[in-house]
Ligand binder design. Structure first.
Ligand SMILES: CC(C)(COP(=O)(O)OP(=O)(O)OC[C@H]1O[C@@H](n2cnc3c(N)ncnc32)[C@H](O)[C@@H]1OP(=O)(O)O)[C@@H](O)C(=O)NCCC(=O)NCCS
Length: 146
């Protein structure tokens, strides 16, 4: 059984482990704690049998705009609808802020995530050259909330 709930500080080591496994990235602890404190409902996890298996982390990027920074599902748990549920939860929380738009960036090469976000009603609204540390460019995607 899965539970979606707000992130708690004791989840942080496991979330950081997932970020490394899924994105091959490492961010420092204050990055997570500052974002969590600035918008607690923008940081949600999925728990299965007491273990965090997926998470979403976002921020309020401008007045009435929310942005997804990281969405990760542990690979053995892919294709079970967890990413979709986290995104719907996030969009509900963003609408309650209230925000009018959710935006996100993803690697140009990330075809799976592109298809995933298209299915959720996002469209590509821009491109940021050399957005990632390794030089890869990003697609910018957005979805209106109302
Ligand atoms: C992109 C990502 C978040 C998707 O997560 P996910 O939990 O696998 O997504 P979902 O299961 O909700 O949807 C994905 C697929 O499962 C299918 N699906 C959705 N609900 C389902 C269910 N209940 N049972 C079976 N399949 C289901 C969807 O139709 C979709 O199918 P397709 O992609 O094969 O056409 C995940 O692959 C991931 O963590 N990727 C690495 C990190 C990343 O790229 N993040 C996004 C950029 S920030």
């Amino acid at each position: 059984m899965f539970i979606i709930r707000r992130f708690k500080m004791e989840d942080l080591p496991r979330v950081m482990q997932l970020v490394e496994a899924v994105f091959r990235e490492r961010y420092d602890v204050p990055m997570y704690t500052n974002l969590f404190q600035s918008w607690p409902d923008g940081f949600q996890v999925v728990e299965s049998d007491g273990r965090v298996v997926a998470f979403i982390l976002g921020m309020v990027s401008a007045p009435r705009r929310a942005r997804v920074l990281l969405l990760g599902v542990d690979p053995p748990w892919w294709n079970q609808g967890l990413g979709t549920q986290l995104m719907w939860n996030f969009m509900r929380a963003a609408a309650a802020l209230p925000a009018d738009v959710v935006s996100l960036e993803l690697r140009m090469s990330n075809q799976r995530a592109l298809a995933f976000y298209y299915r959720l009603g996002f469209t590509v609204t821009g491109m940021i050259p050399s957005y990632y540390k390794d030089g890869e460019s990003a697609n910018v995607m957005e979805r209106p909330l109302r």
